[in-house]
Design a protein around this ligand. Structure first.
Ligand code: ZN
Length: 468
């Protein structure tokens, strides 16, 4: 008998947020991802603060990529006693150095705002502070694509490019014991082929068990031409009304892609010249990180750089908004404009005050370019809520609500199926996480038919023996 190998799905089970998977091998235990659960404030707070294990007893953490729903709860883990290494690709580590301080800053500011309007309710505390973030950043250990390293005795780790955001990885853990080997593939989020800047998702070697996302397991994305056409139409409608286009977007990845597309449409004369503001210091810092990691670029981006076509992330029409005062000044600015601001699901960030001031105006448009999780403000708006609460104030929704899915950094149903089916030999079992139940069930049926393997959709905290 070797060391028993177990996995427990502590987060992103039947939902798309809060990725957290607990792997145990003999006496060793580690987490794969420790993401922020984003949703209703009280529920999110409870879920993020609760660990079914003693964080001080964990031996390691390995993370898939720098989106907050995969790394954003690391500081809570550190505050609860975790002091071990946090393994990440070097680009993920650099993005974490930008994203986690921003997350702590927004939490502290959000709590201060809520407490100011508490009207007698007991004061809240932020989930974590900058001191907790500092502990996480000091614990980062860098890994590199295709360079195997040893996690503990008998456990080798290797990463492949997931093509989702800069530094994103699919991780394969290889366990050896008693002359046998077992391979566990852990996907974070899987990207798409032929997107700007990044490489396509890499095919990984065969594994015994695969854990993969299922966000768009029941959907096919629009193609690029259709997305261009829809985006141009929404810009035209908004400009004709004299309104502003508010785009909630993740600062990392999505913002850069939306800006690149708007710029190209403008160059092609398909949308009018109008100011584009990226109201996100995080997005501008992220762009610097993108610049410093050419090892993650696809061949087209590398070639463009070599041929001196200018750097591919700075766009002449773009205006970055720095200070909160500049951000507030946009409220008084006149004329049509486009404002892109985080967070992508409207659960925090500067988009909130733009919505507070802009939702009530029927000339404006709120354009969603990413997935809106259940329970988020973004989902309520997308579902057609007549009134929503922002900073505790009721706001009537009179603005047009529009949505484009072609910007997704997630593989769709066809792409997820093709990637899983490319593994050779085929996995014995696939666990589907990071998807709502309908999406996961649809994908599971397709994978069973196409690959012929067992496909499981774990419940939150459900545990499985994988190997012994
Ligand atoms: Zn992601």
């Amino acid at each position: 008998m070797g060391n028993p190998l177990r996995i427990a799905f502590e987060g992103a089970a039947r939902t798309v947020t809060g990725s957290r998977h607990w792997i145990r091998h003999g006496t060793q235990g580690w987490l794969f991802d420790c993401g922020l659960y984003q949703g209703h404030r009280d529920e999110a707070d409870r879920i993020n603060r609760t660990f079914r294990f003693d964080p001080g007893e964990l031996d390691a953490v390995v993370v898939s990529h720098a989106h907050l729903d995969h790394i954003g709860n690391l500081p809570t883990l550190a505050a609860a006693g975790y002091g071990g290494p946090i393994h990440a690709t070097s680009a993920t580590a650099d993005l974490a150095r930008v994203m986690l301080p921003d997350s702590a800053f927004l939490m502290e500011r959000d709590v201060a705002h809520v407490n100011k309007h508490a009207r007698g309710r007991p004061p809240r505390k932020p989930l974590y502070t900058m001191a907790d973030v500092e502990r996480v950043l000091a614990s980062l250990r860098l890994t590199h694509y295709h360079k195997p390293w040893s996690l503990t005795e008998g456990v080798q780790v290797e990463t492949w490019d997931a093509g989702h955001i800069l530094g994103s990885a699919v991780t394969v853990f290889e366990f050896a014991g008693n002359g046998r080997k077992f391979r566990l593939g852990m996907g974070g989020d899987l990207g798409r082929a032929a997107r700007p800047i990044l490489r396509d998702p890499e095919r990984i070697p065969g594994v015994d068990v695969l854990v993969m996302e299922s966000t768009y397991g029941d959907r096919l994305h629009s193609d690029a031409a259709e997305t261009d056409r829809e985006l141009a139409e929404v810009v035209h409608r908004t400009v004709e009304r004299g309104g502003r286009l508010l785009v909630p977007a993740f600062a990392v990845g999505r913002t850069q892609e939306v800006v690149a597309t708007l710029h190209r449409l403008c160059e092609e004369g398909r949308i009018p010249e109008l100011p584009i503001y990226v109201d996100s210091p995080l997005a501008s810092r992220t762009t610097s990180v993108y610049r410093s990691h050419p090892e993650c670029y696809d061949e087209e981006t590398k070639a463009a750089l070599l041929e001196g076509e200018g750097e591919p992330f700075g766009f002449k029409r773009l205006r970055y908004v720095g200070s909160p005062d500049e951000s507030r000044a946009l409220n008084d600015a006149r004329g049509p404009m486009i404002i892109i601001a985080a967070s992508g699901m409207c659960e925090g960030g500067r988009i909130l005050h733009h919505l507070l001031h802009g939702l009530g105006n029927a000339h404006n448009t709120v354009l969603f370019v990413g997935y809106q999780g259940t329970g988020t403000l973004g989902r309520r708006l997308k579902d057609g809520a007549e009134t929503v609460n922002i900073f505790g104030e009721p706001v009537r929704c009179r603005a047009e609500i529009a949505s484009l899915d072609g910007f997704s950094a997630h593989a769709d149903q066809r792409e997820l199926c093709a990637w899983a089916a490319s593994l050779d030999p085929a996995p014995r079992t696939i666990f589907l996480v990071h998807g709502e139940l309908d999406a996961a069930e649809t994908l599971a049926a397709l994978l069973r038919e196409r690959i012929g393997c067992e496909v499981v959709i774990p419940e939150p905290h459900q545990e499985f023996d994988l190997w012994n």
